[in-house]
Design a protein around this ligand. Structure first.
Ligand code: NDP
Ligand code: MG
Length: 381
């Protein structure tokens, strides 16, 4: 029986994780979870899985829930995320919270030697060097949840990593893959939220439309698999069937395929090294699909990917600045305060103006993160 702490339980990844935990009560026990502001879903999860500890975003909500469920311990805010992540009974943390707010709780769980199943890619982008160094020091295993990284991880299983020539991360192209950059001037939030292949949270759906998601994933791959950026490629593949590929020195390419269903990589990160059936999932039928398509990425069209490669190659606090600028800009776009193309423009501006610090410590990263968010807000006013 694996005992689980779950951050971001009420989100897209979080609720799919809950489904998996409900499907396999004999294999997994949820001991602690965090949610944000969705109290209705929080109550539903409490009733379904009866955890020992729950953290919500606001103090008042924690106080109200405490009265309703006296036998469960409630906490809140950033310290609540750390409490959930470090619950003494859990051995696995699945981090599916949104954004760099997940960083400190991830580090806290790593320092206890827990296994980290990580969906929260912003943490790896903003502080990858610290996360991986701490994981090594404390013997904590980090398992990818992101479908591309799960595919790469599976395609490297049992292989000699020194013989990897390059990894190829596939990209669906997002909601606007058939539009030119010129046509992107007018697009609306509603259109951007309409992803062709995957149903996900709002922020990552916008990241997919700008393709910053792919940029973040390139950095995530560099951090997780310790490969230089020259050995990380992106390939457009509109069907999202091949989740990513690894090419070896002898020219062999190993890939992982499947229907686009996030429950598969989520469950694999929890069940690893075992595999269990995923309830109600569709098996891949290539004959029915007939054709798969591939196309090179145009870095002028998808400027965000280029910005991410630039930040990755530079290293240091520019990664934090880029990530924080993106989080802030996407949030402004979702509130209809800026246009779609302004997201890339803001990130580029922030990166150009940034005074880079290489190998930053945690305090510096947290400072750059909060200052960047303020700067972005100032740029829009
Ligand atoms: P959602 O927006 O659907 O969910 C985010 C979760 O985090 C919710 O539980 C939300 O709470 C909570 N949350 C948000 N802000 C805070 C905060 N400040 N403090 C505490 N909790 C907070 O996101 P997704 O599930 O789509 O994505 C989560 C992570 O997984 C992201 O890093 C994303 O990049 C990554 N990912 C997602 C994929 C997907 O298919 N969705 C695929 C691959 C990676 P509430 O809703 O209660 O307010
Ligand atoms: Mg992905």
């Amino acid at each position: 029986m694996k005992k689980i702490s779950l951050l971001g339980a009420t989100g897209s990844i979080g609720l799919q994780t809950i489904d998996i935990l409900l499907a396999y009560p004999e294999k997994f026990k949820l001991v602690a979870f965090s949610s944000g502001k969705n109290i209705e879903k929080t109550i539903e999860i409490i009733k379904q899985l009866q955890p020992e500890l729950v953290s919500v975003q606001e103090e008042q909500a924690a106080t109200d829930l405490q009265k309703q469920f006296p036998t469960i311990h409630f906490t809140y805010g950033k310290k609540g995320l750390v409490e959930v992540a470090t619950h003494p009974d859990s051995t696995v943390l699945l981090n599916a919270v949104l954004g760099s707010v997940g960083l400190e709780s991830t580090l806290a769980a790593i320092r206890m030697g827990k296994t980290i199943a990580i969906a929260n890619k912003e943490t790896l982008v903003t502080a990858g060097h610290i996360v991986m160094a701490e994981a090594k020091k404390h013997n904590a295993t980090i398992l990818p949840v992101d479908s591309e990284h799960s595919a790469i991880f599976q395609s490297m299983n049992g292989e000699n990593k020194k013989q990897v020539n390059r990894i190829i991360i596939t990209a669906s192209g997002g909601s606007f893959r058939d539009k030119t950059r010129e046509e992107l001037k007018q697009v609306t939030v509603k259109e951007a939220l309409n992803h062709p292949n995957w149903s996900m949270g709002a922020k990552i759906t916008i990241d997919s439309a700008t393709m910053m998601n792919k940029g973040l994933e390139v950095i995530e791959a560099h951090v997780l698999f310790d490969l230089p950026y020259d050995q990380i490629d992106v390939l457009l593949h509109k069907e999202s069937i091949i989740h990513s590929l690894v090419e070896y020195d002898d020219t062999s390419v190993i890939a992982q395929l499947g229907t686009p269903d996030m429950r598969v990589p989520i469950q694999y990160a929890l069940s690893f090294p075992d595999r269990y059936p995923v309830k109600n999932s569709t098996r891949l039928n290539l004959a029915q699909i007939g054709q798969l398509h591939f196309k090179e990425v145009d870095f002028d069209r998808y400027r965000a990917i280029k910005l991410a490669y630039d930040a990755g190659r530079t290293g240091g606090t520019v990664l934090t600045a880029m990530n924080a600028a993106n989080e802030a800009a996407v949030s402004l776009f979702l509130q209809e305060k800026i246009s779609f193309l302004q997201i890339d423009e803001i990130i580029e501006q922030i990166m150009n103006d940034h005074n880079n610090i290489l190998m930053p410590d945690l305090e510096t990263i947290l400072h750059v993160d909060s200052e960047t968010r303020k700067t972005v807000l100032g740029m829009v006013k």
